[in-house]
Design a protein around this ligand. Structure first.
Ligand SMILES: *Cc1c(COP(=O)(O)O)cnc(C)c1O
Length: 397
């Protein structure tokens, strides 16, 4: 079976994890700091905060951004539900903007049309690994005083050009925070895992606080001085048992076991992305001339991390329904998927929260034709060829 995506774990990854298992720290030890520093350095951001998963990372990013009751946040419907759920966790409302038909990313012009006095933030999602138009989105945010949280769960290792310079996703050059996921189908894995990157020290400190119950052990931040300090030791030497809870936080920590795996995987990220890009170009070469099939377009100013390879297939013209195509491919051992069902069509949003009227024309045109075919770095050339031949055979082309 060739799935649509999967991880790649080697002996050196296993060795790194076993070393931690034999050490003094399973969690809250030195590997977390090491992983955070390596990730921040790779992306070119000042700070990274390791979080238990991508969804929790989005949640904390929204909390740190101050999203609250009655706030609106603009995002895309072509994403995993977590990109919208994080807004609702904070009491806010997602507002869905349409995508552009070239990259399938949120369309900046559509973002503009959705801004109201209640809008507080924008969550662009770098769909399939292609960076959004961050310069334009940043302009909009600046004009309306909005926070930008990049959902970069598809885009670790992606780059875009700004002012003639290549900028890495995660550098937060055009945003306040960037969120990654390390789920096994993503570019690197820690089993479950995620991270938030930022260049803003205030946001960084807020995120650290919220990740661990809202508790601080930093004596300089203590509010209840009488409880914190005793005369025996003088100021700024707190009582040894003492800590303070300053906000309603969570336990959203990542373990040292996971961070060791993340560090080992991060060493291979460039190799993984390069392999993804090679497979994508093999696919594009094979499918580009087929009638009623459209291959992904990578704009010249963007370097996709190719989390997904999404074909747009005119199933009607081909004369075979999507479910038939998926089933036939499944029967020959090839897993495909549809990324994504527009979030506003989910019953929770559509019916319960009344999003049935917030429909997006381009989104629905895209959704009707979308099919993701297998793409992961461990795929062999033989497997890639099998996918190409099977898809062509199935579509009768
Ligand atoms: C995977 C993913 C998430 C959630 O990440 P988890 O680590 O699975 O919680 C959020 N947004 C997008 C776009 C994703 O692909």
């Amino acid at each position: 079976m060739i799935p649509y995506g999967r991880h790649w774990i080697d002996d050196d990854d296993i060795k790194a994890v076993v070393e931690v298992l034999k050490s003094d720290w399973l969690t809250q030890g030195p590997k977390i700091d090491e992983f955070e520093k390596a990730l921040a350095e790779y992306c070119g951001a000042k700070y990274a905060v390791a979080i238990s998963n991508g969804t929790a990372a989005l949640h904390l990013a929204c909390l740190a951004a101050g999203i609250k009751e009655k706030d609106e946040v603009v995002t895309t419907p072509i994403t995993f539900v977590a990109s919208a759920n994080c807004i609702v966790y904070c009491g806010g409302s997602p507002v869905f903007a349409d995508i552009d038909m070239v990259t399938y990313n949120i369309d900046p012009a559509e973002i503009k049309s959705k801004i109201t006095p209640k809008t507080q933030a924008i969550i662009p999602v770098h769909f399939a690994g292609i960076p959004c138009d961050m310069e334009e989105i940043k302009e909009i945010a600046k004009k309306h005083d909005l926070i930008i949280i990049e959902d970069a769960c598809h885009a670790l290792g992606a780059e875009y050009q700004a002012n003639g310079e290549w900028v890495k996703i995660g550098s937060c050059r055009h945003s306040d925070m960037t969120v990654f996921s390390f789920h096994p189908v993503k570019h690197i894995t820690t089993g479950e895992g995620g991270a938030i990157l930022t260049n803003n020290q205030q946001l960084y400190e807020k995120l650290l606080l919220l990740r661990t119950h809202g508790i601080t052990k930093n004596a300089q931040k203590f509010v209840n001085k009488n409880m914190a300090f005793s005369n025996d030791f003088g100021p700024l030497r707190a009582n040894p048992w003492y800590y303070e809870m300053h906000a309603l936080g969570f336990n959203y920590r990542l373990t040292d076991i996971q961070c060791a795996l993340g560090l080992s995987q991060l060493n291979k990220l460039d190799k993984f992305v390069a392999r993804r890009r090679t497979i994508a170009s093999m696919y594009s070469e094979a499918f580009k001339k087929i009638e009623y099939v459209k291959t992904p377009i990578e704009p010249e100013t963007k370097k996709s991390a190719y989390h997904l390879y999404v074909l747009q297939i005119d199933f009607e013209k081909i004369g075979k329904s999507r479910v038939r195509v998926m089933t036939e491919l499944m029967e020959v051992g090839i897993g495909t998927q549809v990324h994504y069902i527009p979030v506003y069509m989910q019953p929770y949003y559509g019916n319960e929260r009344n999003y049935n009227k917030q429909r997006c024309a381009v989104v629905e045109q895209y959704y009707g034709k979308a099919l993701s075919i297998p793409l992961y770095p461990k795929m062999t050339d033989v497997e890639v060829t099998k996918v190409i031949n099977s898809v062509k055979g199935c579509l009768n082309v």
